[in-house]
Structure formats: structure tokens, C-alpha cells
Design a protein around this ligand. Structure first.
Ligand code: NAG
Ligand code: NAG
Ligand code: NAG
Ligand code: NAG
Length: 634
């Protein structure tokens, strides 16, 4: 299929080699080379093939926000009226005009019609057997070879242009600028610098008293500590399990260990001993056992242990295990996962950006040979994801396109929960950003996480029980908790009042040289739950871990129990929750967190204050109060 070894690259806008009838406009540009990469001088073979794909502008995409808000705001008559997948598809399908305009442009650029393909979702145009020389001419750019410190190579450009009349018909073109995460096929990467697993060992040997003991929650958080903190029932009544669904996403090689789950269940939910999540393998995803260590097992053990324990044996939990063992070693982009849920998002011949997303069937010797999963996997009402990139890792168009997909799935009634990050106002690996976009530990600008920055997902931070305090005392925001303001996404309407109030009474002491202080940017996180000294069993040991990736599975369990009650009462699942939780109807349903801060980038970060703040968000949830409000809504 993709016979290329050089996949992505770096392109620099250059003079056109032949005269063109059009005036070109730069469509995307990046000023800096992503972290860890450098340009190398080896000339790019002009006959190398580039799997060029043109993402067409979706119809009505500018209306997505308003429609999603309308069905998600409790004051709306349309609250909870989710859309059918077919209606979402039809409404957002690119117009015939966009398809024909883009195809005509390619033909006029000298690409024979037979080499131009339209994806079955009618949203991507693919040019077959395109050489680097042709791509450089069509996009008025120049590709270069780039190398990562770990040895990976990419073909990429630093900007690309299209004729001005084409711009309104396309979202983005790949492979061009977005080359960060993905190794060329078959080239195994040894570490995953970008999408990080987030839980870190905070205490290797916490003393374990009785499992239901609440007196030690300051040194070891357990399921009973979470229940006491957030009013979660110990024995949830499950009534609509077969019509409800809750899923945890893990990226290979991250994997759970069954015997560890059983040890955890033995302590906190003995009736689950022997139970396993329902495995939904995406693109050859496997619960691998070749590599076993804290680094690959803690996250999955934690996520599944807490998710299954908190919802109890009545509600099965799904595991979306994404990527085969070869591709997964780099921890891919989230697009492969989204492709599996929505065929209309998918470029069916494998990956959305082959430099970032997995390529299937995988040409590598040990790769997954089955077809790429494309809209054929079941969607779930609640999806918990404890992985994240830095906002500065990708271009705005790449993030906007994926964010819109979360919005479209939100229209279908799905709740997406993402961790807000573990380095305070800095990004993964403590990286901050220079004004030119380069990421470095020494840079001044705060670096929020992606997709937590997307206003169509729920971004979750972490709190802690202070040393010497109990679950009945107010919690503090954890110093590690990711929070701040996006440089890409605008302030969503649902957050406007909360953010205005924050600025009115607690304006932070930083200027635009530190963060997007325009007051018009998406604030992160939305709310928080405990994420410090959390008990997990891994490799037979009971240890304590810390990180905001504790939050999605715990909140996911709470939302799943609320969905169960709503579905049993003949109501819809809650779907996209942000417009609801910021609304007046939910006043008092959160415990305000008013202390703590999230240092990073050489600063103390932001302060947690009364009301919403870019550290703890709205605070921590009270399950009973949330349930009561949601049961009162249609
Ligand atoms: C970006 O800015 C930093 C700090 O000024 C500088 O060290 C780096 O070389 C710049 N990178 C590029 C690609 O211009
Ligand atoms: C977490 O556990 C460590 C080790 O037992 C302890 O020193 C610390 O106070 C605990 N709590 C927090 C919030 O760090
Ligand atoms: C699931 O939904 C179907 C169709 O609405 C209904 O007949 C059935 O009773 C529901 N089952 C449960 C357990 O809620
Ligand atoms: C800040 O956010 C606003 C709203 O999204 C955006 O228009 C602006 O470009 C951002 N500023 C910076 C410096 O990123």
C-alpha cells in the first residue's frame, strides 16, 4: 500500500517552479521544528512518493458549536436530543462544490483524474503515486528531511500554499507540517515522547490498613476514599446495563495485567475477582505481555481497576485497546481511535496523517495485517482517555479538525473525558513554549495539553487530600495539575461567565509573555478529582501513583452511574456535559477548591481560588447532587 519509507517532512514555502494561473495563499505554516527534531541536509529524492491527502472542508462545520450547545444546555428545549450518526454524517458531509473544486484544481495542476480518489466518507481526496516534486509544485513548497534524536526520519515542510479559491474548500493537507509522533513503518521507536502515560509512582510502599479504612486517605487513596470524597454509592444499583456503555481507552503497549486486577478487586470489590473488561481491539490492539513494568502496566491497571470497582459488577466496562504492537510502540495520535468509531472521519486507506497515525494493514514484519478499523467499532456513552499531547505539538488545523470530531461524537451523545496534564502550566516533559513555537524546558510560555484544550471534551484536573487531613476536609488542588488557557481554542459560551468572574476578582499576575491573557481563550480544566497517592496494584505490588490520568476513569464511573439512572428512567445519556455543569442548574453540585497552585515554566502557575479557576476548574463533584440535577432534566 504505502510503499514509502520517508513519510513526513518539513516543507518551506518556496517560489513556484512553473508559472501558475492562480495566486497562492499560505494555508498552514509552522515557525519552529517540533521538539526533538532537526533538519538534516540530505537532499530529498524528488521521485520519493508522498501519500498526499486533502481534508475537505465539512459543510456546516461552523454551526457545530451552536447545535452542540443547544442539545447540551439544560435551558434548551432540545436538551438531550442527540443526533443519529447518519444525520451527523449527512449534515457535515463536504459539499459537492468542494469536492469538484478541489478535484478540478488537481487536474489543472497536471494530476490525471485517474490518480485522484475520494474517500467513502467523501471527506478526503487522495492523490495516488504523487512524487515529492509534484507535491512541491502543487503546494508551492519544499520538502526537507528531518530526523528525531531517537533516529526516526520524516519528510516535512514548514508551510504550504494553495490557490486562494481553494482555501475555503479544505481543512488541511497531509503529509505536510504535522509530523511529530509517528515512525516510518517498521521502524520501532523505543520511547514515546509525545502522548504520555501520565501516572507516576508517588509512594512505592504505602501502608495498607483495612480496605475500607478512611483514616489514611492522605497517604493512600482507594475506592472507598473516592466514594467518601464524592458521595459515590458503595453498592450502585444498575438497572440499564445492556443499554448503557462505559469504555476506557488504552494505547498499546500499555496493558493491564489480569492477576493485578484480581488483587485489586480482592481488596476493594471481591465480587469482581476473575472479571475482565470487554476487549475491543482497534487496528490490531493487543493486551501485550511481552513487556511488563510499571511504565507499561500502571495506567491500564489503574484505569480498569477503578472504573470496574466504582461501577460494580452490574455494569460491564469496555476496553478500547488501540494500535498493534508495532505502531503502538510510538503511542499514536488519537485519530486511529476516532476512525474506528466514525467511518466518516476515516481516510479508509490507513491513518489520517501517516506521519502521526498508524498505517494499517501494517507493512512492518510483525504488524497487524487486518484492514484498518473504520467506523466498525461500537461507540460508548462515556469514553475515558488518560493520554495527552502538548497543544504546541500540532498545528491549529490538525487540532481543530480532531476537536470538531469530538464535537460531532458529542452530538451523538458521547461524553469524552480527558486528563488535563501532570506538569502544572507546563506541558508533558515540563516543556514550555518560545514565541516562535519551539518547545523547551527553558521557554517562558505556558503549554496546555491537547485534547484537554478542545472545548468539546471535558478536561479533568487533580486534587489531593493534604497531609494530615481527611476526606471530610476540603481538598487542595494538586501541584501537578494541568491548567491554563488555550492558545488555539476560543472561550466557549458555557465558560464565559465563569472565566469573566475569575478575571474580575483574581486576575493572574502574568502578561501575554506567559500565557494567552486575552480573556477570550478556552480555560482548562473543567473540574477535578483526587489524583495524588492513589493505590494501584502493579506487578504484584501495591503502590501509590499520582497524575491527572486518575481522573477520567473515576469521573467516567460517576457519569456512567448517572447515565444508568437516566436510561432506566427513559431519558437519554448525558452526552457532552460542559454546558450543563457550568449552568445555574448545577450550582452547588461541585465542592469549590480554593487552595493550591500549579507551578511550571519557572513560575508558581495559577492559584486556585473561589469559583472556577485554571487549576481545579469548578472544583470536585458531588455525585448525589449531580445525579439529582441530571434526573430533574429531561
Ligand atoms: C526559537 O526561539 C528560541 C529562543 O529564542 C531559539 O533558541 C530557537 O533557535 C528558535 N527556533 C527557531 C526554529 O527559530
Ligand atoms: C503522599 O504520600 C507521601 C508518602 O507517604 C506523603 O509524604 C505525602 O504527604 C502524601 N500526600 C501528598 C498530598 O503528597
Ligand atoms: C433497553 O432498551 C430497550 C429498547 O428501548 C428496552 O426494551 C429494554 O427494556 C431496555 N433494557 C434495559 C435493561 O433498560
Ligand atoms: C488567544 O486566544 C484567542 C481566542 O482563541 C485567539 O484569537 C488568540 O490568537 C490567542 N492568542 C495567542 C497569543 O495565542
Amino acid at each position: 500500500m504505502l510503499g514509502v519509507t520517508l513519510i513526513l517532512v518539513f516543507c518551506a514555502s518556496q517560489a513556484l517552479s512553473s508559472p501558475s494561473p492562480w495566486s497562492f495563499s499560505v494555508h498552514e505554516r509552522r515557525a519552529s521544528i517540533p521538539h526533538g527534531w532537526s533538519r538534516i541536509d540530505t537532499p530529498v529524492p524528488t521521485t520519493a512518493l508522498l501519500p498526499l491527502r486533502i481534508g475537505l472542508k465539512q459543510s456546516n462545520i461552523d454551526r457545530l458549536n451552536d447545535i452542540l450547545m443547544d442539545i447540551s444546555h439544560p435551558d434548551s428545549d432540545n436538551y438531550g436530543k442527540h443526533w443519529k450518526a447518519e444525520d451527523v454524517k449527512t449534515f457535515f458531509r463536504p459539499s459537492e462544490g468542494s469536492v469538484s473544486t478541489v478535484m478540478q484544481w488537481l487536474e489543472d495542476s497536471g494530476v490525471n483524474r485517474a490518480r485522484i480518489e475520494l474517500s467513502s466518507g467523501e471527506n478526503w481526496v487522495h492523490v495516488k503515486d504523487l512524487t515529492v516534486a509534484e507535491a512541491e509544485r502543487i503546494l508551492n513548497t519544499e520538502y526537507h528531511l528531518y530526523q528525531h534524536t531517537d533516529g526516526q526520519a520524516r519528510l516535512a515542510c514548514s508551510a504550504y500554499s494553495v490557490p486562494s479559491h481553494i482555501q475555503s474548500h479544505i481543512e488541511l493537507i497531509t503529509p505536510t507540517l504535522h509530523f511529530d509522533g509517528r515512525a516510518p513503518p517498521g521502524k520501532r521507536n523505543t520511547h514515546s515522547p509525545l502522548a504520555k502515560r501520565k501516572l507516576q509512582v508517588s509512594n512505592p510502599d504505602p501502608q495498607l490498613a483495612a480496605a475500607d479504612d478512611l483514616s489514611n486517605c492522605d497517604v493512600r487513596i482507594t475506592p472507598p476514599c473516592y466514594r467518601a470524597l464524592y458521595n459515590i454509592p458503595a453498592e450502585p444499583t444498575i438497572r440499564a446495563a445492556s443499554n448503557n456503555s462505559f469504555a476506557i481507552v488504552e494505547y498499546t503497549p500499555q496493558a493491564y495485567i489480569g492477576t493485578d486486577l484480581d488483587s485489586f478487586f480482592q481488596l476493594f470489590r471481591p465480587s469482581l475477582v476473575g472479571s475482565r473488561p470487554e476487549l475491543i481491539s482497534i487496528d490490531g490492539g493487543v493486551v501485550q505481555t511481552e513487556e511488563m513494568d510499571f511504565g507499561v502496566n500502571i495506567e491500564s491497571n489503574f484505569d480498569l481497576g477503578y472504573a470496574m470497582t466504582l461501577v460494580g459488577p452490574g455494569q460491564p466496562v469496555r476496553l478500547y485497546q488501540v494500535e498493534d504492537i508495532v505502531e503502538g510502540s510510538t503511542v499514536a495520535g488519537f485519530n486511529d481511535f476516532l476512525d474506528a468509531l466514525d467511518g466518516d472521519y476515516c481516510t479508509e486507506d490507513g491513518g489520517d496523517d501517516p506521519s502521526i497515525d498508524g498505517i494499517y494493514p501494517d507493512p512492518a514484519p510483525d504488524g497487524y495485517k487486518g484492514p484498518k478499523d473504520c467506523g466498525n467499532k461500537p461507540r460508548s456513552h462515556v469514553i475515558s482517555v488518560s493520554y495527552a499531547y502538548n497543544e504546541a505539538d500540532f498545528t491549529p488545523f490538525y487540532e481543530i479538525r480532531q476537536c470538531n470530531e469530538y464535537g460531532k461524537l458529542g452530538l451523538m451523545g458521547i461524553t469524552f473525558l480527558y486528563a488535563s496534564g501532570d506538569s502544572g502550566v507546563a506541558g508533558n516533559e515540563e516543556l514550555c513554549v518560545f514565541p516562535n513555537g519551539t518547545q523547551s524546558e527553558d521557554a517562558p510560555l505556558f503549554n496546555p495539553l491537547f485534547p484537554a484544550n478542545c472545548p468539546f471534551v471535558t478536561a479533568l484536573g487533580a486534587t489531593q487530600v493534604d497531609p494530615g487531613s481527611t476526606v471530610f476536609d476540603p481538598e487542595t488542588a494538586a501541584a501537578l495539575t494541568g491548567g491554563g488557557f488555550s492558545n488555539i481554542f476560543a472561550l466557549p459560551a458555557y465558560q464565559k461567565k465563569a472565566v469573566e468572574k475569575y478575571y474580575k476578582f483574581h486576575e493572574p499576575p502574568y502578561g501575554a509573555d506567559r500565557y494567552n491573557n486575552s480573556r477570550k481563550a478556552r480555560g482548562i480544566p473543567d473540574f477535578s478529582v483526587n489524583g495524588v497517592n492513589c493505590t494501584v496494584v502493579a506487578l504484584g505490588r501495591t503502590i501509590a501513583v499520582a497524575g491527572t490520568s486518575a481522573s477520567p476513569p473515576v469521573v467516567g464511573a460517576m457519569i456512567t452511574l448517572i447515565n444508568d439512572a437516566r436510561i432506566a428512567a427513559g431519558k437519554s445519556p448525558v452526552g457532552f456535559i460542559n454546558p450543563a455543569i457550568y449552568s445555574d442548574a448545577f450550582k452547588g453540585a461541585f465542592n469549590d477548591i480554593v487552595s493550591g497552585n500549579n507551578p511550571g515554566c519557572g513560575t508558581d502557575g495559577f492559584e486556585s481560588v473561589e469559583g472556577w479557576d485554571p487549576v481545579s476548574g469548578l472544583g470536585t463533584p458531588d455525585f448525589q447532587k449531580l445525579l439529582d440535577v441530571w434526573m430533574s432534566l429531561p
